[in-house]
Design a protein around this ligand. Structure first.
Ligand code: ZN
Length: 345
């Protein structure tokens, strides 16, 4: 089969090669992959990878949606994973035994093995994963959209509704709209009945977000973000800020919050150590917390919404597997609005 394999770090280190088919072990499901979206972590692994324990060569891809080819005989009866069934992969092969797994908090698993980081990934024609990580889909869903769902939209789900859920009528500021998680947050927050403000360096992206339902946009290259956000919220500030950028936006994110507001961080692409501004945090009683991935239970909630048609991932561009280098370029240049997806067939 064909797979996109990281042979060595850097742009030229990722190659599409012929490799042996994965061998399905008992308890696993073999999936013929139809589509898999790119995520920032793929770029990070290609170019750096520090902090992610893995060996090269490594098949990349932390998402996969496709069709079940082979499963244990009882999987079909128990969880509907019979051959021919559409399914999507929950990328974290969690242990199921540690205190966090037992509490249903799989993103915190002490022994997590992530597809595309610690085991073979989804940029391949076939992938094998434990049956507990393969979730059946109804026949009517689009597999390209399903392949773009479980990194960005599940991450967004936990950020918005995990610790201190966004409520209808609240206002959320999404910093840096355009990337997959930010666009997912926009859609999910609107669906939840919240008012959404966005920032971007691109007027085009701001216009697209507003066309989707955002109430206001701030171009952070030209305007002072916190000042504009206060103007748009009658001087009060927003209830929640979603920040995946880190150092560059941190100060504005804190200053855009109302008293008692919450700042959720899920990334630090512009730097990991902004000034904490502790005085602002305690005097205004702000909450700051991190989020990554989502639990299996949250995944089922998201999939139900997806299957109902209420949420459809925004696909920026799709590429075939042989052109995955161009797909990485598209993500790297940051011009995208929504997900960049690779299809295998
Ligand atoms: Zn665990």
């Amino acid at each position: 089969m064909k797979a996109a394999i990281l042979q060595e770090r850097g742009r030229n280190g990722l190659r599409v090669r012929d490799v042996p088919m994965p061998v399905r072990r008992p308890g696993e499901v073999l999936l013929r992959v139809h589509a898999a979206a790119l995520n920032r972590v793929d770029l990070y692994m290609r170019d750096n990878g520090a902090g992610i324990t893995h060996r090269l060569p490594q098949t990349l891809g932390v998402e996969a949606a496709g069709v079940v080819v082979e499963a244990d005989a009882d999987s079909g009866l128990e969880i509907g994973l019979h051959p021919g069934k559409k399914a999507v992969v929950y990328a974290n092969a969690f242990c199921g035994k540690c205190r966090y797994c037992l509490a249903g908090d799989q993103p915190l698993c002490l022994h997590a093995h992530i597809m595309g980081e610690h085991r073979d990934g989804g940029f391949a024609e076939y992938v094998a994963m434990p049956a507990r990580c393969v979730l059946p889909l109804p026949d009517h869903v689009d597999l390209v959209e399903a392949g773009a769902l479980l990194a960005a939209y599940l991450t967004a789900w936990r950020m918005l509704f995990g610790k201190r859920a966004l409520r209808p009528g609240e206002t959320v500021l999404i910093a840096g709209v355009g990337g997959g998680v930010a666009v997912a947050c926009l859609q999910l927050a609107l669906h939840a009945g919240a008012r959404v403000l966005v920032t971007s360096s691109s007027d085009d992206k701001l216009a697209r977000a507003q066309a989707m339902g955002a109430s206001g946009g701030v171009n952070y290259r030209r305007e002072k973000v916190a000042k504009r956000v206060l103007e748009m919220t009658s001087g009060e500030g927003v209830d929640m800020v979603i920040d995946s950028s880190g150092a560059a936006s941190w100060d504005d994110s804190l200053r855009s919050l109302r008293r008692g507001g919450r700042l959720v961080t899920c990334g630090a692409t512009t730097g990991s150590n902004p000034p904490a501004d502790l005085q602002r945090i305690f005097i205004r009683q702000l909450e700051v917390y991190g989020s990554t991935g989502g639990s299996v239970a949250e995944c089922h909630q998201l999939l139900a919404l997806f299957a109902s048609g209420a949420i459809r991932p925004v696909i920026d561009r799709r590429f075939v597997l042989d052109d995955i280098g161009a797909a990485f370029d598209q993500l790297e240049h940051g011009n995208q609005f929504g997900k960049v997806v690779v299809t295998m067939a």
